[in-house]
Design a protein around this ligand. Structure first.
Ligand code: ZN
Length: 288
């Protein structure tokens, strides 16, 4: 089975490096990612762009747009980018032009909004130029959902319920809400029912190593939390596999997600749905 990891990070972010060293024991380098891709049978990954101007600043108010994957270059051939948006610097001269320029690269497959990390509703007018670009270039909008990995986040901006007006307003755009909006997975299930242009990724539910994944696999209360929402939503054509690497190693997390999804839907969740979200990734696959 072909697997695409639709949510990884590959940016020079202090918190990711610390987590890789102390909790997930992941080799957070190009070589480390390449090795995990090979071992886990992952044929491509999508990196969520984010940058810090000062170590530890994430979510950095000063970062310029677009926020990219800057851990090392060149990027792996099979690692694609969702450019990250910092709404706080969008008004500066040349920023919209810089965004548009970056979208001309076929390696850029989507646009990532850090809802909650930055204190704006995704429907705020500050994001209007971004939706305009997404429409012009037929690119999906990827949105952080649920708990933030920084205590400075404001959760009212990352709650799925407060995103619905935007999903409705831009029915022509594809949205992918990250992490199933965890812990508001039932709210996300309701959003999936109601909004046909919404997908959700299954990344980021575990921060830690293989031992932690194995322990949580035996915690029925924990797995039931996700299973309930997956079964209730019954939208296996709009669930997308991702990990949130380097917060967890790929192979154990694939096992975790497989345990939650009926096998008949694996091809969709691990591959087919992903290329529906990302048309440019689909083109790359079709080119062979
Ligand atoms: Zn992430």
């Amino acid at each position: 089975m072909r697997i695409i990891d639709a949510h990884v990070h590959f940016s020079n972010i202090t918190a990711f490096k610390e987590t890789a060293t102390a909790q997930s024991f992941v080799d957070y380098t190009a070589e480390g990612l390449l090795n995990e891709f090979k071992d886990a049978g992952v044929i491509a990954g999508v990196g969520m762009g984010v940058t810090e101007t000062i170590g530890g600043a994430f979510p950095d108010p000063a970062a310029l747009n677009p926020m990219l994957l800057d851990l090392s270059s060149p990027l792996l051939d099979n690692l694609f980018t969702c450019i990250g948006i910092n709404p706080l610097t969008l008004h500066l001269a040349g920023q919209i032009e810089a965004l548009e320029q970056s979208l001309s690269s076929e390696r850029v497959v989507g646009i990532k909004l850090y809802a909650g990390y930055y204190h704006y509703n995704i429907g705020d007018e500050i994001y209007e130029p971004v939706y305009k670009l997404a429409t012009t270039y037929n690119l999906p909008i990827i949105i952080h959902g649920g708990l933030t990995y920084a205590e400075s986040g404001l959760l009212k901006y990352s709650h799925p319920l407060y995103m619905e007006e935007t999903f409705l307003k831009y029915r022509n755009l594809t949205f992918m809400l990250c992490h199933f909006g965890d812990p508001w997975v039932m709210d996300t299930a309701a959003m999936l029912e109601k909004n046909p242009n919404l997908f959700t990724d299954l990344s980021g539910w575990i921060v830690g190593d293989a031992n932690k994944v194995d322990r949580l696999l035996t915690e029925q209360t924990y797995t039931d939390h996700f299973k309930r929402a997956i079964v209730f939503a019954e939208k296996y054509d709009r669930l997308v596999f991702g990990t949130d690497w380097p917060l967890v190693p790929l192979d154990p997390y694939i096992r975790f997600v497989k345990s939650l999804i009926p096998q008949i839907h694996w091809e969709d969740v691990f591959f087919n749905n992903t290329i529906q979200v990302f048309p440019r990734l689909k083109e790359w696959i079709e080119k062979g």
